[in-house]
Design a protein around this ligand. Structure first.
Ligand code: ACM
Length: 685
């Protein structure tokens, strides 16, 4: 740890006594005093010793900001000074800054233009806080701040393929990202439902796959997933010209945000294959989404695209996707099989890995680094690759242990999940990730040692848009959870506090609303399922259930006693209280140890169509005094509605009075192959 950080951490106990000024992300060190520098008005002057483009860009930014500042050429005349090089020499992080606000004005110091930009963002957030809310006056509270980020990668990811989001939308969000010191924009530019980047060499990509007849992604899928030309009446879609891309990259750069483009291959390529069926294993479009890796033209195509990509995006990372390829197509393809023979490749995971390595070599020759979703680890990870861990944290942990850099983006960072009651929220992917869950996610897993942890570059919030079609909905999903992403990446864990952050987030949501952003209204948050809030006491608590069919090892809950631990599940089946049965019935027998009077037996089941989690087709509840002779107490057939896209929780219960020592709860699987049953507790009263 740097010397500066040690000094600052030693000062921390002092800082906790300070008045809490609202800042997201929360700074490393802050000491506030009573009083303010005010008023800021037409006569308030600003000076910076930055030179050249850095100077021009910062002053341009200030001129368009909400602070009314007049630029002056002499430091002595200025009330606000933004100064390069005034720092403790050990304070060398380019994003770090020191800020001191006195009754005479504000001085900020940094070793880089980025640090001064962030100091200014902090000033913008502090503006007005020294006065009673609502006075509308500009003022700055008296405070000393030392600040630098914990992690270097604090990202926002946007999928513009499933639904198209245009240049103005992207710029609007980038402006707000800068406020929270987010510094990466991961731009998911292609996927099955559309190619969104102009490629000069291959105009067919955007000519034939950037538009579709249906507006909604789901309708497009149901209608067979075909594309149309832009001229077709009612065509929906769009793409970014190279001019647009340059404009966005430059716009982001001025906000100190690096754009990370993603070209997702070899899966998620339905659009590519619609334009170039020769790159499919079968030679036909619309049959699958995987590029044929046995076809030499595939590598040529991808690298030709990447040649233009590296020309457009100056950042060091190029994301090549790599997720969710259905590799079975390569098993059935003569060209892929011939290539595997030639290269001594024994399985299709290794085939993808072989392809990723070739891309990585190509990117290295072009001075870029390869980044990919965690599937790129399967079949052997390319030596210099950086991994984006999305299927939980375990791949990121493994990659860091193997010496690879990692960006964490597990489900807590999937901003397409509902952030409140998913049975009533606008549809996202349907899960439940409230602000608190995102906030509680630590991107640096505790099980990593210091060397391994150094490979965790940071985290990002992902906005996938299968069910997010409008700008309003996208903003609703992004904010306020992006605050939590920002703070998790910036703020040292010992400086984090949910209680403080939550209060700040409420104010910040109001700020967003006042500035034309459709943030989720945190004030009206309902919170988790009532059932999940308190433990439930009942006759079967702590009893070892006997399972006729074993739960899936993929969703083992907290072990066999998950269904008798007195804890009910949240809206989120990925949290441990839910037990999953794959393609199987759930049948549980409970021995209460003695014959007792039983008056009620029930359990809840979940339906989430997008995850193939279905309600049971029938529930049978039986009881026995001796474990040999059974009485059926209730039998409830259920018509599973496979078309119902809503997330549902359904209780199946028996009520009455019986003497029983043994209880059997049987929930029959829905009958749909590959489906799941999920339940959280068998309650016996
Ligand atoms: C992903 O969510 N398929 C990376």
């Amino acid at each position: 740890m740097k010397r500066f950080l040690l000094i600052v951490l030693a000062l921390l106990p002092l800082a906790f006594h300070a008045q809490d000024l609202r800042l997201i992300p929360y700074p490393l060190y802050m000491q506030a005093e009573e009083g303010m520098y005010a008023p800021l008005g037409g006569v308030t002057t600003v000076y910076t010793n930055l030179k050249g483009d850095d100077r021009k860009e910062l002053l341009e930014y200030i001129a368009t900001s909400s602070l009314p500042l007049k630029v002056v050429k002499k430091s002595e005349q200025a009330h606000v000074r933004l100064l390069l090089d005034g720092l403790d020499p050990s304070f060398t992080h380019p994003e770090a800054y020191r800020l001191e606000i006195t009754p005479q004005g504000a001085d900020a110091y940094a070793c880089d233009a980025t640090g001064l930009f962030y100091a200014f963002q902090t000033l913008l957030q502090l503006d007005g806080q020294a006065q009673p809310a609502g006075t509308g006056q500009h003022s700055l509270p008296l405070v000393k701040i030392f600040d630098e980020p914990r992690l270097q990668w604090r990202g926002w990811h946007m999928d513009v393929s499933r639904h198209f989001f245009n240049k103005e939308f992207i710029k609007k969000q980038l402006r707000m990202m800068a406020r929270y010191k987010i510094n990466r924009f991961h731009w998911h530019l292609n996927d099955d439902p559309g190619w969104r980047l102009e490629v000069k060499r291959y105009p067919q990509l955007t000519d034939s796959t950037a538009y579709r007849p249906q507006y909604l992604w789901e309708d497009w899928g149901r209608a067979g997933g075909r594309f149309c030309s832009a001229k077709t009446e009612g065509a929906y879609g769009g793409y970014f010209t190279q001019k647009d891309v340059r404009e966005i990259v430059e716009y982001a750069r001025k906000l100190h945000i690096t754009v990370v483009p993603e070209i997702d291959v070899p899966g998620h390529s339905r659009a590519v294959l619609a334009a170039f069926p020769n790159l499919a294993c079968t030679g036909r479009a619309y049959e699958n989404s995987e590029l044929c890796l046995g076809n030499e033209e595939t590598f040529t195509f991808v690298t030709n695209v990447l040649s233009e990509v590296v020309g457009l995006f100056p950042g060091e990372y190029i994301h090549i996707g790599g997720d969710e390829a259905d590799r079975s197509h390569w098993e059935r393809c003569a060209k892929c099989q011939a290539l595997m023979q030639r290269e001594g490749i024994s399985d299709v995971k290794q085939l993808q890995s072989w392809f990723t390595r070739k891309l990585e070599n190509w990117l290295t020759q072009h001075n870029r680094k390869l980044l990919g979703w965690d599937e790129i680890m399967e079949g052997g990870l390319s030596p210099r690759a950086t991994v984006m861990s999305w299927r939980g944290e375990r791949y990121g942990i493994q990659a860091a242990r193997d010496g690879h850099d990692v960006v964490m983006t597990p489900w807590q960072c999937y901003l397409d999940n509902a952030q409140d009651d998913p049975t009533t929220e606008p549809r996202g992917v349907g899960g439940y990730v409230p602000l608190r869950l995102t906030y509680d996610f630590d991107p640096v897993p505790a099980e990593l040692n210091e060397n391994e942890a150094a490979h965790i570059l940071g985290l990002q919030g992902n906005v996938w848009t299968e069910r997010i079609a409008t700008e309003q909905h996208a903003e609703y999903m992004m904010y306020p959870r992006i605050f939590a992403i920002a703070e998790n990446g910036w703020t040292q864990p010992e400086r984090k506090s949910w209680e403080r952050f939550y209060i700040f987030a409420l104010d910040e949501v109001e700020f967003l609303h006042n500035n034309g952003y459709n943030a989720f209204n945190l004030y009206t948050e309902k919170g988790d399922r009532d059932e999940a809030l308190d433990p439930v006491n009942h006759l079967a608590v702590d009893i070892d259930p006997v399972y006729t069919h074993q739960p899936s090892p993929k969703y083992p809950g907290y072990g066999p006693k998950t269904l008798t631990d007195g804890e009910r599940g949240s809206y989120n089946y990925q949290q441990g209280q839910w037990l999953g049965f794959e393609n199987d019935d759930c049948e549980v027998t409970l021995d209460l140890d003695s014959v007792q009077t039983v008056t009620k037996i029930f359990a809840d089941f979940m339906q989430r169509a997008d995850q193939w989690i279905w309600l049971p087709s029938e529930v049978i509840i039986s009881a026995s005094t001796d474990g040999a002779t059974w009485t059926i107490l209730s039998r409830e057939p259920w018509q599973v509605d496979f078309e119902d896209p809503k997330i549902r929780f359904q209780r199946y219960e028996w009520e009455g009075s019986t003497q029983a020592r043994y209880i059997r709860y049987t929930a029959k699987a829905s009958g749909r192959a590959g489906g799941w049953l999920f339940t959280d507790e068998i309650i016996v009263q």
